[in-house]
Design a binder for this molecule. Sequence first.
Ligand code: ADP
Ligand code: MG
Length: 214
Amino acid sequence: MATVITVAQQKGGAGKTTLTAQLAVTFARNFGKVALIDIDPQGSLGAWFKIRQDALGEAAGGMHLSGIPGWRLGTELDRLHRKFDYIVIDSPPHAETDSRAAIRSGDLVVVPVQPSPLDLWATAPTLALAQKEKRPLLLVINRMPPRGNLPEAVLAKLAVEPTPMAATRLGNRMAYAASMMEGKGVIEIDPSSTAAKEITALAHEIATCLGKKA
Ligand SMILES: Nc1ncnc2c1ncn2[C@@H]1O[C@H](COP(=O)(O)OP(=O)(O)O)[C@@H](O)[C@H]1O
Ligand SMILES: [Mg+2]
């Protein structure tokens, strides 16, 4: 049976799709066969995957993507469970029912949060939903600026939350968006870049949370 990682956050623009794609590429490289499920009707992950297939051929690094409406999630998971080691779900913002289904399906719910007050407050409903569904959670700080008192103040507020927070934070880096424009992940563009090191460290942290080894 595949291990399911759900990337969720009610706030749009938090980095769900970025994190899903970057983690998927990194997991596929280090941990096993990866399928992606995009239940966001915006279909941004699907657009990235299409470019990926055109650039890398059918195999696209052994990855698969299903772009489906949320109500089909259960059936699709059943179909993919035996064929893949990991399934990463990218979920939509503001869609209670669909997000709930995605969160319920996750062996781990990864929640990207940008270090600003608005993003911090907008995270509460996602955390509440995951807690209600009794799913393990991991907060991931995304777009961390290199310096500043405000981000640190937001992090201090998050630190008192009972929710575990990844030690690895993703910086605010052009490399994430630039790699996606080519249908790739940062580790495929320059494995020695800071972004590649960050996402690799995060993938290992997530694997550890899930009790997996590379
Ligand atoms: N770590 C990062 N560094 C720089 N830009 C980022 C980072 N994470 C996300 N972005 C950018 O932020 C925007 C929103 O990200 P996206 O992944 O689409 O969020 P969501 O799926 O939560 O709506 C995109 O333009 C994306 O390129
Ligand atoms: Mg998105």
